[in-house]
Design a protein around this ligand. Structure first.
Ligand code: ADP
Ligand code: ASP
Ligand code: MG
Length: 453
């Protein structure tokens, strides 16, 4: 049994939905299909919510959203399904208008309300796709994808979700089974939550893992996982295969093809992932599994995460790297802040690492508290935070066999006029990462892609 996930562009238009229908109807009836909201809709729902909060003209936007859904229903849903689908979508669009109205009355957009608004994208697309596909059976993902609070984030409650998925899909009901990705419900309060932007991939992985699927197929708008973001590198190449670890590293470091938490549940069960193109369904795509062809392709790709903040701790205390490292990491981890790059030690008394810019304020508070005694006794001179940076990563299981890798990267960047602010400590066999100024992101990717491909 396969689990298929179709992203926003795949379910965005009448033309693409016809492809989805063709692909799914050719598969066995136990197939599970996870869909995103119509392409671009989540952004639109959010932007309109902010308009409502500012009392701008949200009504015409809401009507355009309604029209987009009705046009697709009109053109693609068969007569026998139309009333059922319209009844669901009518009531959800009514909920959307009422919620925007409420936001515009209070002139403010609470997070819980925004969560309800964004959920409507997948709550509408799923019944529409179920109505388009022959014998499509609709499942409500809010019934089985449950989250819990972890600091200020909502994260999947993996055990509860697993059990509920098994229950939902057991029994011999005929499919194909259709459900919305991304959306979830808080296991304690019952409030609507979500798995984060791009989270439909993760919904599909949780379902694939719970049902012991043979394969997770991520259908998107490119021919497969490429050596770099094709919007930046025009001649980026499609990779025939890569390992779970390589895909995990590439996605963690910014490759948008798969939402990073997606890979873990399927990796754990050794369920391969394929990246396939809804607009070119016969292309072979990329197979992600437990093996890597590092002979032919020692390096798999180059990616970047913008919004990097480089933290520098300066003072004699930093001579004891192991100790400062453990204390800083533990203190940050206790507050839900993760470190994604540990820099090689500089010449002076300095210890640096990278975090996400959005964690900067919290990290500053946490580290200043943790190291207050040392900041007072002078063994630590200062802790600085530098924003507007990017982390560039080169990934591949064959990296460890490449000689003088860091030197080659540094030379290439400097030839392209890009200054490297920090380089990762050699703590991963698969990834070399380094920090540059955000304005140099594209130049750095081009330079490094040229070096390896
Ligand atoms: P979906 O809506 O199907 O979830 P996404 O927009 O989330 O699609 O992800 C697919 C997009 O990811 C592609 O259109 C491509 O522009 C972008 N992308 C970024 N890096 C890569 C890469 N290394 N390989 C392929 N696509 C990439
Ligand atoms: N619709 C959501 C988003 O745009 C989830 C997804 O597409 O995976 O982020
Ligand atoms: Mg996506």
């Amino acid at each position: 049994m396969n689990v298929l996930k179709f992203g926003g562009t795949s379910v965005g238009t009448v033309g693409s939905l016809k492809n989805v229908k063709r692909i799914v109807e050719a598969l066995p009836s136990d197939t599970v299909v996870v869909v995103s909201a119509l392409g671009g809709l989540t952004d639109k729902l959010i932007a309109t919510a902010h308009m409502a909060a500012k009392n701008e003209d949200w009504r015409s936007e809401a009507e355009a959203i309604a029209k987009r859904h009705y046009d697709i229903i009109d053109q693609l849903v068969g007569e026998e399904q139309k009333q059922t689908v319209l009844a669901i979508v009518d009531s959800l669009l009514e909920e959307l208008r009422r919620t925007y109205e409420g936001v515009s009355l209070i002139g403010h957009l609470p997070e819980k309300t925004l969560n309800i608004i964004v959920s409507l994208g997948e709550r509408m697309s799923a019944p529409i796709v179920a109505g388009i596909i022959r014998n499509g059976r609709l499942h409500n993902s809010l019934d089985f994808i449950k989250t819990e609070k972890w600091f200020d984030k909502n994260i999947a409650d993996a055990v509860l979700t697993h059990d509920l998925i098994v229950k939902e899909f057991s029994g011999n009901q005929e499919g194909p089974h259709i459900t919305g990705g991304f959306i979830s419900q808080d296991r304690d309060t019952g409030e609507i939550t979500n798995l984060g932007r791009g989270g439909s991939d993760y919904t599909a992985a949780l379902i694939a893992a719970a049902l012991n699927a043979d394969m997770l197929d991520i259908w998107t708008d490119v021919d497969g996982f490429m050596t770099a973001d094709p919007r930046i590198i025009k001649d980026a190449k499609v990779l025939p295969s890569m390992s779970f670890i390589e895909s995990m590293e590439l996605c963690t470091f910014g490759a948008k093809v798969i939402y990073p938490p997606t890979i873990y549940p399927v990796f754990h069960k050794n369920i391969p992932i394929r990246i396939l193109n809804t607009f070119n369904p016969t292309a072979p795509g990329t197979l992600i599994s437990d093996s890597s062809d590092s002979k032919d392709y020692p390096v798999k790709g180059v990616t970047a995460i913008k919004n990097t903040c480089l933290v520098r701790m300066i003072g004699s205390l930093t001579e004891n790297v192991a100790r400062i490292n453990t204390r800083a990491y533990n203190a940050l981890a206790r507050h839900g802040i993760s470190v994604f790059l540990l820099a090689q030690p500089g010449e002076n008394h300095e210890f640096s690492f990278a975090i996400s810019s959005s964690d900067r304020q919290n990290a500053s508070r946490v580290l200043n508290e943790e190291f207050a005694p040392e900041l007072i006794d002078g063994t630590l001179d200062e802790i600085t935070f530098c924003n507007n940076l990017s982390t560039i990563a080169v990934v591949g299981e064959g990296l460890k066999c490449l000689k003088g890798l860091n030197g080659r990267i540094l030379n290439t960047l400097s030839r392209f006029g890009v200054k490297t602010l920090a380089f990762s400590e050699g703590n991963s066999d698969t990834t070399a990462s380094f920090v540059v100024e955000e304005k140099d992101t594209v130049d750095a990717i081009k330079a490094i892609h040229g070096l390896f491909f």
